[in-house]
Ligand binder design. Structure first.
Ligand code: FAD
Ligand code: SF4
Ligand code: SF4
Length: 480
């Protein structure tokens, strides 16, 4: 092993080739090329094969990273794929969009100055290679089971659960109110981070594995939760969180001020070939506009970079804390800066000015004060530091809360937590309704794809355990 691995001292870190910013600004294609086979092997060989691999500890799926790096370094890619797919339903998706700097790579113990192993890029390489070589096959369960599971939500949590349950032989049906499969993978995350074909080939795989999809089907409107409970032996709610947080400020109702997800969904639909009236009319098109994005998370980063690609005149990101204290990935900030986005740190909007539509964001400079109970330093306004920032499109990317699920699903007995997420028993992952389970963002609050996959896998195990035990003795939670 020692001969082939531990190459981090002599081999510098190298991510796959990144396209020049000037070229990236003109299209919506992914920004990184793929590793050539030799490069993937070379980079995987930088791993020092730690006895206690902190990369693995900090991967929500506890991927067996050192082992698949070693197999990649040895050119045994089919085995590397087997191992990597044993713990992750969508390794090529996570390899593309996990914030690795906060998860696996951020915890790689390679000595300071030598830079971490490029785990995400190798993971993506392994699975893209598996697709190209036809190693990824539809699921053919050894035994078909008569029981069926109805899943509400075709996002990563619902899809991961569907795959796991199908492997065990259950009959699986997925219901989604969207017209396409993927949840935020298809309509939230832009193409330049995750090309839509990557999601669509996963959908095709599930379809060929006899998972049934009912699209354009909103549970609570087109079918009731009660009907699903009658139709299936167990039901999984994986509906995500979609209620955009708003800002209370004078002028916030002016035309030209738009919720981030409406904007991103329109951009993704255009990329998929749809016609979107609000884009055609210019409302959701940044072309030629001065764009101001409010927020500092992943959604804000996606908005600024989409606006650049649509040909905005200028793009600014306003965030009330500083670079070190933003929730979004540092890698994304770097990409955005390269592409021409201006970050206005330590600045908060106070009012929106304009008569027919927005023309300026009135803002105030912020000073970070003492840490609050959560340990984060409290933003405090600096007196007399106001400025007006030119804006004819303002995108609000201030985070998401859950919708009112009991009302939406017409299920008043569905218990919620204080954060309005679904309350589950953490051992059984069952909600307050017998045989109704929940997973993903609707349980955690807005989170990450890799956590949705983890939850989807976990809940599939719990549903299997419950159905195998004769669907009895639920550890249901009490309604509050
Ligand atoms: P979702 O992906 O939201 O899927 C839920 C599905 O349920 C949707 O398809 C919805 O239509 C459906 N649904 C809801 N209600 C009903 C109903 N009543 N009937 C039928 N169907 C219903 N995470 C990362 O790891 N990396 C990133 O780079 C990243 N970027 C992001 C960018 C944006 C703009 C956003 C908004 C999020 C981003 N995230 C990212 C977070 C990530 O997308 C989510 O954490 C993840 O998608 C949650 O998965 P989920 O399956 O729980 O829900
Ligand atoms: Fe890293 Fe995400 Fe892959 Fe885990 S799933 S190894 S956190 S890129
Ligand atoms: Fe390899 Fe880094 Fe993981 Fe250690 S922490 S096993 S060096 S990838």
């Amino acid at each position: 092993m020692a001969e082939r691995m531990l190459k981090f001292v002599g081999t510098p870190q190298a991510l796959p080739e990144k396209r020049p910013a000037a070229e990236r600004r003109r299209d919506f294609q992914e920004i990184y090329a793929r590793y050539a086979r030799e490069k993937a092997a070379e980079q995987a060989a930088r791993c020092s094969q730690c006895g206690v691999p902190f990369c693995q500890v900090h991967c929500p799926l506890h991927n067996n990273i050192p082992d698949w790096l070693k197999l990649t370094a040895e050119g045994r890619l089919d085995e590397a794929y087997e191992l990597s797919s044993a713990t992750n339903n969508f390794p090529e998706i996570c390899g593309r969009i996990c914030p690795q700097d906060r998860l696996c790579e951020g915890n790689c113990v390679i000595e300071k100055g030598f830079e971490s192993v490029t785990i995400g890029s190798v993971e993506k390489f392994i699975t893209d290679t598996a697709w190209e070589n036809g190693w990824i096959k539809p699921i053919r369960p050894r035994h078909e089971r008569p029981q069926s599971v109805g899943i509400v939500g075709a996002g990563p949590a619902g899809l991961a659960a569907a795959e796991q349950l199908r492997r065990k032989g259950y009959q699986v049906a997925i219901y989604d109110r969207y017209d396409r499969v993927g949840g935020l993978l298809i309509y939230g995350i832009p193409n330049f981070k995750l090309e839509k074909e990557v999601v669509q080939r996963r959908e095709q795989l599930l379809r060929s594995s006899d998972v049934r999809f009912h699209l354009d089907c909103e549970v609570g409107r087109d079918v009731t939760l009660e009907e699903l409970r009658q139709r299936h032996d167990a039901v999984l709610l994986a509906t995500g969180v979609y209620k955009a947080r708003d800002i209370q400020a004078p002028g916030v109702g002016l035309p030209g001020i738009v919720a981030a997800l409406d904007y991103l969904t329109a951009a993704n639909r255009i990329g998929l070939g749809d016609t979107v009236a609000a884009f055609e009319s210019g409302v959701l098109d940044a072309r030629g506009k001065n764009v101001v994005v409010l927020g500092g998370g992943d959604t804000a980063m996606d908005c600024v970079r989409t606006a650049v690609r649509q040909g905005a005149r200028s793009v600014k990101c306003l965030y009330r804390r500083d670079r070190a204290n933003m929730p979004g990935s540092q890698r994304e900030v770097k990409h955005a800066e390269e592409e021409g986005v201006e970050f206005v740190w330590l600045t908060a909007p106070q009012a929106f000015l304009g008569s027919e539509s927005v023309t300026h964001v009135r803002s105030v400079r912020i000073h970070l004060g003492m840490p609050d109970a959560s340990g984060r330093r409290t933003p405090q306004e600096i007196p007399n530091s106001h400025m007006n920032i030119e804006a004819d499109l303002v995108l609000k990317a201030l985070g998401f809360d859950p919708e009112d699920l009991p009302a939406m699903l017409r299920a008043s007995d569905l218990a919620l937590t204080g954060w309005r997420t679904l309350k589950i028993d953490w051992r059984s992952m069952m909600t307050s309704l017998d045989g109704v389970f929940a997973a993903g963002d609707i349980v955690r609050g807005a989170s990450l794809v890799v956590w949705a996959v983890r939850d989807g896998r976990d809940v599939a195990e719990r549903i299997h355990g419950w159905l195998s035990a004769g669907a009895t003795a639920p550890l249901a939670v009490a309604a509050e």
